[in-house]
Ligand binder design. Structure first.
Ligand SMILES: Nc1ncnc2c1ncn2[C@@H]1O[C@H](COP(=O)(O)OP(=O)(O)O)[C@@H](O)[C@H]1O
Ligand SMILES: CC(=O)OP(=O)(O)O
Ligand SMILES: [Mg+2]
Length: 404
């Protein structure tokens, strides 16, 4: 019998599950889908069977991640792509926080689950959902290799001066406080694809990657290795995000506690779920914010300007960290689609050799592309991310290696 070649990838977020079933012989997608608003009355499952060219939607409450995954398994089974298929080689899971322990894709066993569980306090929105995804999938196929691919892994190459906070190292080490960084699968994939777009080997190029989704982070990648990134101990540090504040003076927290009378949990919720673009103007979707800006809405304008100001600061900071920059790559939902964000982020940075060509920036496309003028010293690129493909590739490589 030939060995199985399919990999199912599960990317469980705090209230969503994204999934893809791929055939690793040609890295083609057989099925893709998304379950959104898990835990609400208005949950939605959208499933596309790529091979059959068929898309189905289910609306109605899905209580938790366990129920979500069971619904996904049913949809796959309807297309003859069920989890019981002998062609399935492995299941790859996105795990957001791997601490210092996990620097590579890892075959999941009880010990690995315990470690992921131990990291919940530093990824409270993400690791519990990842764990449920893993447990449910293991329940359905206990015989199958299940692989964890960590958001933090790509950033473990960060040098100590970038990874450390300026606090007493004894306290930091006791509580494992350091800068871990997230979205690593995306930063790894996009920095490599950017090198390919430039026709170079990743070891030859320095890239600033701007991953702008609902969560957002920047990274400085030197010759294929991450040397700095904007998220820290948790995914709260750094850029302004959909609902997260990003950087702020830590004393804001003491002030809210002492003067504002808020509890630690209330402040946590405020900064993670009710800040960022949403906190500033009531919307976290960049499309809606741009629509309001175009209509002259001042609140949306200020939110947009704060978002851009922070982004520009990080471009400048990572330029300094890298010394020489070959390209700046925009990716994820906002980075790939919002031309006004890209234009505003590099506006005024001509002195650093950065500019976008209005025509190229405004054109749409699904493939990696350059949007800087032809003679630009530093290239600006739009490089669609594919965390699921990267997770599948890493998962399959590990399973293949273990079977040899
Ligand atoms: N055409 C568009 N223009 C501007 N922003 C967009 C567009 N399409 C998607 N987005 C933004 O992308 C965000 C989601 O990005 P995504 O990378 O899918 O995030 P996540 O993986 O964190 O859920 C949305 O919140 C929305 O603001
Ligand atoms: C780590 C993180 O912020 O992930 P997401 O963007 O999926 O919320
Ligand atoms: Mg994402």
């Amino acid at each position: 019998m030939t060995s199985p070649t399919r990999v199912l990838v599960l990317n469980s977020g705090s209230s969503s599950v994204k999934y893809q079933l791929l055939d690793m012989r040609d890295r083609s997608r057989l099925a893709v889908g998304l379950v959104e608003r898990i835990g609400e009355q208005t949950s939605r499952l959208k499933h596309t069977c790529v091979t059959g060219g068929d898309t189905r939607e289910q609306n109605g409450p899905i209580a938790d991640h366990d129920a979500a995954l069971k619904a996904v398994a049913q949809e796959l089974a309807r297309d003859g792509l069920g989890l019981d298929s002998p062609e399935l080689a492995a299941i790859g899971h996105r795990v957001v926080h791997g601490g210092m322990f996990f620097t590579e894709p890892t075959l999941i066993d009880e010990g690995v689950l315990t470690e992921i569980e131990r990291l919940i306090p530093v990824a409270p929105l993400h690791n519990p959902a990842n764990l449920t995804g893993i447990r449910t999938a293991r329940g359905m196929r206990p015989d199958l290799p299940q692989v964890a691919v960590f958001d933090t892994a790509f950033h473990t190459t960060m040098p100590e001066p970038a990874a450390r906070y300026a606090i007493d190292p004894k306290i930091a080490d006791r509580h494992r406080i350091r800068r871990y960084g997230f979205h690593g699968t995306s930063h790894a994939y996009v920095s490599r694809e950017t090198a390919r777009l430039l026709g170079k080997d990743p070891s030859e190029v320095n890239v600033i990657v701007l991953h702008l989704g609902n969560g957002a982070s920047a990274s400085a990648v030197e010759g294929g290795r991450c040397v700095d990134t904007s998220m820290g101990l948790t995914p709260l540090e750094g850029l302004v995000m959909g609902t997260r504040s990003g950087d702020l003076d830590p004393a804001v927290i003491f002030h809210l506690e002492r003067v504002g009378g808020m509890s630690t949990d209330e402040i946590d919720t405020l900064l993670n779920k009710r800040s960022g673009l949403f906190g500033l103007c009531g919307d976290n979707d960049m499309r809606e914010i741009r629509r309001r800006v175009d209509e002259g809405d001042e609140e949306a304008r200020l939110a947009f300007d704060i978002y851009i100001h922070r982004l520009k600061k990080y471009i400048g900071a990572y330029y300094a960290v890298l010394g020489r920059v070959d390209a700046v790559a925009f990716t994820a939902g906002v980075g790939e689609n919002a031309a006004p964000v890209r234009e505003a982020a590099v506006a005024g940075l001509e002195g650093l050799g950065l500019a976008v060509d209005a025509g190229l920036n405004g054109a749409r496309g699904d493939d990696p592309r350059l949007i800087s003028p032809e003679d630009a010293r530093v290239k600006v690129a739009v490089v669609p991310t594919d965390e699921e493909l990267e997770i599948a590739t890493q998962t399959y490589a590990l399973v293949e290696k273990n079977s040899r």
